[in-house]
Design a binder for this molecule. Structure first.
Ligand code: G6P
Length: 613
C-alpha cells in the first residue's frame, strides 16, 4: 500500500526521503515521487521503483530541508508518471501525498471544475489538494484552517502530508483510517512523518502514532496536534523498540529467506515469558484482565485476511480442542458486510500482522458496536488494531518486511495456541497435567523448527524439478488443512504459479479431475489421527499419475513406495504440527520463485499492509 515519508528540519531532506521510501518499498507500490521546498516547490515523480525515481531526479536540483516522498499502490487511475504522487493544487503552490481513498472525490471534482479547476491526473488525491486551495482562496483561510474545513467535506480514508511553497517552515499531516506516525527528531524543529516507523527508526526512537481525526502541524519548529474540530491534543510519545538491524537483510539475499530462518527465534519470542510449566499458568495480561468474561463467553469469532485468516483456521482447531468452545472463522471483508449475528457474550479475535488492514479494522468496529468483546493478535506495536481492541497480545515476531508472510504466521499460531490453552484452563477443559505437557512440547518447537530448516538443500533440489509447473495442489487434513491453504498461497503470491489448497478428502469432489502426470501434489501426511485416511488420498493421486511430494514425520518409511518425494520433519503434537509443517512449504515457494526470477520480496500487485478495502 502507499507509503509516506516527510521531513522538516535542518538536514538535507532528499536523501532522508529516498532512504525512507526504500524502507517502505516492502509495502508494495508501482510508482514513486518526491516534493522538495527550496525557494521553489519541486516535484519529481516516476512510474516504477524508487531507483527509477532517483534516476529521473539525478542531476536535478534536489536541495532543501523540507520535503516529502510517496510510493503509490494504484487505486484510482493506472500506475503512470502523471498519477504518481505528489499532486499539486491549481496554482501549483501546494503539494499533497496521500494514502487511502477519497470516496466522494467525483462530486467534489465536478464542483471544482465548474469553478474553473483543471486536473492533470485521474486520482482522487489531486481533487483533495485543489479543494484545499479553493477553500483558502474563496474563504480566505490559512492553510491549516483550509485543511480542516476540506477534511470535513471528505468521505473516505486518508493519511496525507501537505507542503506549501509560500510557507516553507510548515508541514501539515492528517489521518483518518490510514496509518501515520510522527517522529520527533533529536534537534529542535526536526520532525519526520511516515506510514510506519521503519523510515524513522534510523533518526529517532520517539514517535507519536496519530489517531483518526487528528491533524499535525509543524510550524516555526513546533509540533501541534489538533482534532479536526480544532481541539488541541496532548500526544503520547512512544519509545520505539525496533532496531535498524531488523530492517536489513543481514546477509540473506531476500527478506523472506531471512524471516523464514528467524522462525526458531520468533516462535520463541512469541511464547517467551508467557508460559510456566511448573504452575501450568499462561501469563498474559489480557487473559488476567478478562478472566471472568473469557470464562463466560459462548462463542469465539476469529477474523482476519490472507495469511492471518489461515492462522485463524488453525486456531479454530486449537480452540475447539483445548477450550471446547464453538468457533467461527471469518474473512473480515465478508463478515463486515453480512449483517452478522453478534451477541454481547461473543469474543471476537482479530488477527493481523500489520495491525492496519482496513477490512479487519472495520469488522472489529462493527463487532464492538454490537457489544462484543474484541481482542487483537497483532505483530506491529502501536498499530491501529491493538488500539481498537479491548485487549489482546502482540506476537513479538519483529518487523516482517517480505510481502509473503512467514514468521508472522507461525508467531500468530503460537500466540493463538497460548490463548486457547489459557481459555482451556479457565473453562476447565484442560487439566493442569495436560497443560504442562503442552507447554513442554511448545518449548521444544523452536529446536524442531531449526531442524526443519535443515531441509533447505533437499528443497532446493525439489524446486529445480518442479519450478516450471503450471499448477500445484496442496492437500492436508485437520490441523494441516489450513497449512495446505497457506502453502498454496505462498506459492501463488511469489512465483505466480497457480496453486490450490484443499482438505485432502475433498479432493475427490473436484480437484481430482485436474490430476495427471504434470500435477505436483504436496500432501501433508505427518502423524495424526487421520494419517491412514491421508494415505488413502495419496493412493488416489498416485492412481491418476500425479507427482506426490509427501511431508511425513521423521522415521516414517510407510510412503517410500508411494510418494515421488519424501520430506521428513520432526515429530510433535498434532496441534503444534502446523508450526513445523509450514517450514518446508515456505522454503519450497521461496526457492521456486527465486529460480523463476521473480521479485520475491515485492511480488507484483501485492501490498504488505492493505489499508484500503
Ligand atoms: C496482505 C498481505 C498478506 C497478509 C494480508 C493480511 O494481503 O500481503 O501477507 O496476510 O494482507 O494482512 P495483516 O497485516 O492483517 O495480517
Amino acid at each position: 500500500m502507499c507509503g509516506i515519508v516527510a521531513y522538516i528540519g535542518h538536514r538535507e531532506a532528499y536523501p532522508i526521503i529516498i532512504k525512507g521510501l526504500k524502507r517502505l518499498e516492502y509495502r508494495g507500490y508501482d510508482s514513486a515521487g518526491v516534493a522538495l521546498l527550496n525557494g521553489d516547490l519541486r516535484v519529481f515523480k516516476q512510474k516504477g521503483k524508487v531507483a527509477d525515481l532517483e534516476k529521473a531526479a539525478a542531476g536535478e536540483y534536489t536541495q532543501g530541508s523540507t520535503g516529502m516522498g510517496h510510493t503509490r499502490w494504484a487505486t484510482h487511475g493506472v500506475p503512470n508518471d502523471v498519477n504518481a504522487h505528489p499532486h499539486l493544487s491549481q496554482s501549483g503552490d501546494l503539494a499533497v501525498i496521500h494514502n487511502g481513498i477519497i470516496e466522494n472525490y467525483a462530486t467534489i471534482k465536478e464542483g471544482l471544475m465548474r469553478r474553473g479547476h483543471t486536473f492533470s491526473s485521474d486520482t482522487d488525491t489531486e481533487v483533495l489538494i485543489h479543494l484545499i486551495e479553493d477553500i483558502m482562496v474563496n474563504a480566505g483561510l490559512n492553510l491549516h484552517e483550509a485543511v480542516r474545513v476540506a477534511l470535513k467535506q471528505v468521505v473516505g480514508a486518508y493519511a496525507i502530508v501537505i507542503l506549501s511553497k509560500n510557507h516553507p517552515e510548515h508541514l501539515i499531516a492528517a489521518r483518518k483510517g490510514s496509518p501515520l506516525v510522527v517522529g520527533i527528531g533529536k534537534e529542535r524543529g526536526e520532525f519526520f512523518m511516515a506510514s510506519d516507523a521503519t523510515p524513522i527508526v534510523e533518526y529517532t526512537r520517539q514517535v507519536i502514532y496519530m489517531n483518526d481525526g487528528e491533524i499535525a502541524v509543524v510550524e516555526n519548529d513546533e509540533l501541534t496536534i489538533t482534532t479536526i474540530n480544532n481541539e488541541i491534543q496532548t500526544p503520547y510519545i512512544h519509545e520505539l523498540e525496533m532496531n535498524l538491524e531488523q530492517l536489513e537483510k543481514g546477509g540473506y539475499p531476500h527478506f523472506m529467506l531471512k524471516e523464514i530462518y528467524e522462525q526458531p527465534k520468533s516462535i520463541l519470542d512469541s511464547f517467551r515469558g508467557r508460559i510456566d510449566p511448573m504452575s501450568a499458568e499462561i501469563i498474559m495480561r489480557s487473559i488476567r484482565d478478562y478472566e471472568e468474561k473469557l470464562k463466560n463467553i459462548n462463542r469465539l469469532i476469529l477474523i482476519g485476511c490472507g495469511t492471518s485468516w489461515h492462522a485463524g483456521l488453525v486456531a479454530e482447531y486449537l480452540f475447539e480442542e483445548f477450550a471446547r468452545i464453538p468457533v467461527e472463522v471469518e474473512y473480515a471483508s465478508e463478515f463486515r458486510y453480512r449483517n452478522p449475528v453478534i451477541y454481547g457474550d461473543d469474543l471476537i479475535l482479530a488477527i493481523s500482522q500489520s495491525g492496519e488492514t482496513a477490512d479487519t479494522l472495520a469488522a472489529m468496529e462493527l463487532a464492538k458496536n454490537k457489544g462484543a468483546t474484541v481482542f487483537g493478535v497483532c505483530n506491529v506495536v502501536g498499530s491501529s488494531i491493538p488500539r481498537l481492541s479491548h485487549a489482546g497480545a502482540y506476537t513479538h515476531a519483529g518487523p516482517e518486511i517480505g510481502v509473503a508472510s512467514t514468521k508472522a504466521f507461525t508467531a500468530q499460531v503460537t500466540v493463538l495456541a497460548l490463548i486457547a490453552m489459557a481459555m482451556g484452563k479457565l473453562r476447565g477443559a484442560l487439566t493442569g497435567e495436560q497443560l504442562r505437557a503442552l507447554m513442554y512440547e511448545l518449548e521444544s518447537i523452536p529446536t524442531k523448527v531449526e531442524k526443519a530448516l535443515k531441509l533447505n538443500d533437499e528443497i532446493v533440489k525439489l524446486s529445480e524439478l518442479y519450478k516450471d509447473s503450471h499448477n500445484f495442489l496442496y492437500l492436508g487434513r485437520g490441523y494441516n488443512f489450513p497449512v495446505a491453504l497457506e502453502g498454496a498461497l505462498k506459492l501463488k503470491e511469489i512465483s505466480y504459479i497457480h496453486a490450490e489448497g484443499y482438505p485432502a478428502a475433498e479432493m475427490k469432489h473436484g480437484p481430482i479431475a485436474l490430476i495427471d502426470e504434470n500435477m505436483p501434489v504436496v500432501v501433508i501426511a505427518t502423524n495424526s489421527a487421520h494419517y491412514e485416511k491421508v494415505v488413502s488420498n495419496i493412493q488416489e493421486v498416485k492412481a491418476r499419475k500425479g507427482k506426490i511430494i509427501a511431508i511425513v514425520t521423521e522415521g516414517n518409511t510407510g510412503l517410500n513406495n508411494l510418494a515421488d518425494h519424501i520430506i521428513e520433519v520432526p515429530e510433535t503434537e498434532e496441534s503444534f504440527s502446523p508450526l513445523i509443517n509450514t517450514i518446508p512449504l515456505q522454503l519450497l515457494s521461496y526457492h521456486i520463485a527465486v529460480m523463476r526470477g521473480c521479485n520475491v520480496d515485492q511480488p507484483r500487485n501485492l501490498a504488505k499492509s492493505v489499508t484500503v478495502e
